[in-house]
Each structure stands twice: as structure tokens, then as C-alpha cells.
Write a protein that binds this ligand. Structure first.
Ligand code: ATP
Length: 236
């Protein structure tokens, strides 16, 4: 069964249709990538999934239930977590306080502490800096905090919006390693990325979005070999 099933999703900002009726699904345990040019509607799609933006039509079924009318804050407690573009960390809180914010809806304290340790194993850099104010971290470190915080919410479905944006290649590599490790632990993920090659290489399937519609979809390997994708998104 699909963990997420999106049918004929439409989103408009005022009179402008940003998402024009898209269908896609994510199966339990899958890592799926959504690629597309700037302004194609990728971020809007993610925001709609977590209720930050209202859909104007279509349906979203998450974990077997239609999400229509479900308030945004219920999504996190239902296992849907998003790491937004630009990270959305709390700059005046320390690294560790930011991580704890991810566990806000949980009360299994011992387990939370064990998982914070786990996040520190994934990102030793954060352990070294656990008392540092998050606003003073580098871009890559902030991305680590944002991902760590999302992991602490124990997501069933993790939505990652442009995790590699603005980061040095070596940090991008690290972030993608973590994405693969989190996926290997059974977390289902939807990844939006400009870095289409890396994203498709770690994914099982992909979708290409163009001007609010899905134009191409299929196994990630097929997309990597597709001439249209290669020309438009892989810079080949
Ligand atoms: P990028 O890769 O540049 O982040 P994207 O594929 O994520 O692009 P969106 O951010 O979803 O694209 O934007 C889709 C379209 O909707 C764009 O034309 C954008 O200008 C428009 N848009 C996004 N947010 C708003 C908003 N709050 N109000 C009006 N228009 C918006």
C-alpha cells in the first residue's frame, strides 16, 4: 500500500495555478525524488502535503486517510515531517535545543536522549557544537540540525526540500550519505532537489515537474538515462 497517494492535486496562489493537477504516490520504505526547474511547483507541492498551503482541488491520502481538513500541527504527530528549504531552524536556540524541538510531541524521554545520541553519531560535528546557537552555525551545519530535528520527530514520511542548496560539494556528499542512512533505517522519503543527478542516484523512483505538471516519471535509473532528463536537468 502507498504511504502517500496524491490525486489530481491543484494549488493556486490567488488566480495563479502553481500546481495543475498532479498524481503521484510514495510506497512504504521508498526514497522518491521530485525534480524540476525553478518555479515548477515543487516546494508548493511539499507545503501542501503538510498543510502549510491549501490545495484548491484533488486529494491527498496519507497513511490510508484523506488529509482534507486536518490541521497542520497534526501532521508532525502523525509522522509527517518536513525539512524546509532554508532549513527553518531556531537561530536563538542551541543545537541541542533545536534537536529537542523535533521531539516536542513525544514524551518518551529515555528514547529521545538515545536518539539525540544517534543524531550525534550521524553528525559528529553537531556533538562538538551542541551548545552553540544554531544561528551561528555554517550552512551545512544548519542543514544537519534541520535533518537531525526531523529525525527526532520519528517520521514515517520525511519531506526534504533542497537539502543540498548552497552547500559545498563535500558537505553535499555528507548530507546525501545521511539521507541514505536514514532511508536504510526504513524512513520513507520524498526529496526535492536541484542536484538531480545525486538525488536520482540515491532514489528508487523519480518525478519530473514542469510548470505545475508532472511530465516524466519512472524508476530513478530510467530517468538518469532519459535524454530529456539528461539534457534539461543533468547538464549533459
Ligand atoms: P524552486 O526550485 O525555485 O524553489 P519550486 O519548483 O519549488 O521552485 P514553487 O516555490 O513551488 O516552485 O513555486 C511555484 C510557483 O508558485 C512559482 O511561480 C512561484 O512564484 C509561485 N508561488 C510560490 N509561492 C507563492 C506565494 N506565496 N504567493 C504567490 N505565488 C507563489
Amino acid at each position: 500500500m502507498s504511504l502517500l497517494e496524491v490525486k489530481n492535486l491543484q494549488v493556486a496562489y490567488g488566480g495563479i495555478q502553481a500546481v495543475k493537477g498532479i498524481d503521484f504516490h510514495i510506497n512504504q520504505g521508498e526514497l522518491v525524488t521530485l525534480i524540476g526547474a525553478n518555479g515548477a511547483g515543487k516546494t508548493t507541492t511539499l507545503k501542501t502535503l503538510v498543510g502549510m498551503v491549501k490545495k484548491s482541488g484533488g486529494s491527498i491520502t496519507y497513511d490510508g486517510k484523506d488529509t482534507h481538513g486536518v490541521p497542520s500541527h497534526h501532521f508532525v504527530s502523525n509522522g509527517l515531517a518536513m525539512v524546509p528549504e532554508g532549513r527553518g531552524i531556531f537561530s536563538k536556540l542551541t543545537v541541542e535545543e533545536n534537536l529537542l524541538m523535533g521531539a516536542y510531541y513525544r514524551n518518551d524521554k529515555a528514547q529521545i536522549l538515545a536518539e539525540i545520541d544517534h543524531v550525534y553519531t550521524l553528525f559528529p560535528r553537531l556533538k562538538e557544537r551542541y551548545k552553540q546557537l544554531a544561528g551561528t552555525l555554517s550552512g551545512g551545519e544548519q542543514q544537519m540540525v534541520a535533518m537531525g530535528r526531523a529525525i527526532l520527530s520519528k517520521p514515517k514520511l520525511l519531506l526534504l526540500d533542497e537539502p543540498s542548496m548552497g552547500l559545498a560539494p563535500i558537505i553535499v556528499q555528507k548530507i546525501f550519505e545521511i539521507i541514505q542512512q536514514v532511508a536504510a533505517q526504513g524512513v520513507t522519503m520524498l526529496l526535492v532537489e536541484q542536484n538531480a543527478k545525486l538525488a536520482l542516484e540515491v532514489s528508487q523512483r523519480g518525478y519530473v515537474m514542469e510548470s505545475g505538471r508532472i511530465s516524466i516519471s519512472g524508476p530513478a535509473q530510467d530517468l538518469l538515462n532519459d535524454d530529456r532528463v539528461r539534457n534539461a536537468y543533468l547538464g549533459e
